[in-house]
Design a protein around this ligand. Structure first.
Ligand SMILES: [Zn+2]
Length: 353
């Protein structure tokens, strides 16, 4: 009996230490959030109650210090930034990357980049000499920023998000897509266009769900995942790459193919499929941009144009071909080992294998 009591006391003692330790870490993380906020407000001379943009990868990069995810909540409380207001953006990131918080204060057009060590114990602050509008005005300024590694390799994604946010062009669909895709770019915006086309023109009937084949795949497919609630794990999304030699085999009407959307009822085993195209050349031309996607100023020009109106997608997304399923057919009959999806859809040239 004595031994049992001793064991119970030891367990309780151990649990108490562990709980205290976790609570201690938790408190330190809250203090760290305060340090981040104080550095930002001091460096950027933020006036009280002014809006800031906050971008962070913290929930994805502090895997072994989960209690520190509270930093995001605390920063939201201190800055007033929130996901629903569209000025708190959490980016998915590689777990090996350093955690960071980026804060942009539009009133002074200045940004600050704060990196945390992997143990989440200290912060290092960096801020670019240039104002953000200066960076966006000339490619050379942005190239300088990249060379300086002012945001430790996050320059493109942070400036792209800032440029869209300052123009008031950001919305929930884009924020959700950017979170998964981990950056904002013209490619993910084309997915937003295709998603809007599908939602507006290809509604589901009772019992149906979307299944999408990304063919070929590009950044767009991450926007489609969040807009249509499709994913490989749910058997509602597949992806097929397209080699140049295979592209050469596409029939003329399919040269701008972006993917195939199925509207399918898995219980009734019926539905239809629609092959969609996306006209990249046309959108680039209409925006007065070029196809140089590595150029920041070009990507900004293109994306601002692409986000300038909700229904702008109508000019660039089109239906190539559509048909109903044969009896008992499933979307998986169109994709798999040994199946040439394009041939099955009648979009491959004669003689191509
Ligand atoms: Zn992208």
């Amino acid at each position: 009996m004595k031994l049992l009591s001793l064991i119970v006391i030891c367990i309780l003692f151990y649990l108490n230490i562990t709980i205290n330790e976790v609570e201690g870490h938790h408190r330190n993380c809250i203090l760290l959030a305060k340090d981040i906020y104080d550095s930002a407000t001091k460096e950027l001379s933020v006036a009280k109650d002014r809006q800031m943009l906050v971008v962070t990868n913290i929930p994805y990069t502090i895997r072994h210090r989960q209690e520190c995810a509270v930093i995001v909540e605390e920063l939201s409380r201190l800055t007033g930034a929130s996901q629903s207001k569209g000025n708190l953006i959490i980016l998915q990131d590689s777990p090996t990357r350093p955690p960071f918080v980026y804060l942009y204060y539009p009133h002074r057009d200045k940004a600050i980049y704060i990196e945390l060590d992997k143990e989440v114990k200290s912060i290092k602050t960096r801020y670019p000499k240039q104002k953000i509008r200066t960076l966006l005005s000339k490619e050379d300024h942005f190239e300088d920023l990249k060379r300086e590694r002012a945001f430790k390799g996050n320059e493109y994604r942070l400036i792209m998000i800032t440029s869209l946010w300052t123009k008031g062009l950001i919305n929930n669909d884009i924020i959700n897509a950017v979170r998964l895709h981990n950056h904002y770019c013209p490619g993910v915006t084309s997915g937003y266009h295709i998603g809007n086309f599908i939602l507006d023109n290809l509604p589901l009937s009772e019992g149906q769900g979307y299944v999408f084949i990304a063919l070929p795949m590009w950044c767009k497919d991450d926007a489609l995942q969040v807009m249509l609630d499709i994913s490989p794990g749910k058997r509602s999304m597949y992806a097929i790459p397209l080699k140049d030699s295979e592209k050469a085999c596409l029939k003329e009407e399919a040269k701008d193919i972006a993917g195939i959307v199925f509207r399918y009822n898995r219980v009734a085993k019926e539905g239809d499929w629609v092959v969609l195209s996306y006209e990249w050349d046309k959108v680039i031309k209409d925006a007065g941009a070029s196809d140089s996607m590595r150029s920041l100023t070009n990507a900004v020009k293109l994306t601002h144009y692409m986000m300038s109106a909700r229904d702008i997608y109508k000019k660039y997304v089109a239906i190539i071909k559509t048909a109903k399923f044969n009896p008992n057919e499933t979307p998986e009959d169109y994709i798999g080992i040994g199946i040439n999806t394009l041939e099955k859809l009648g979009l491959y040239k004669e003689g191509c294998k």
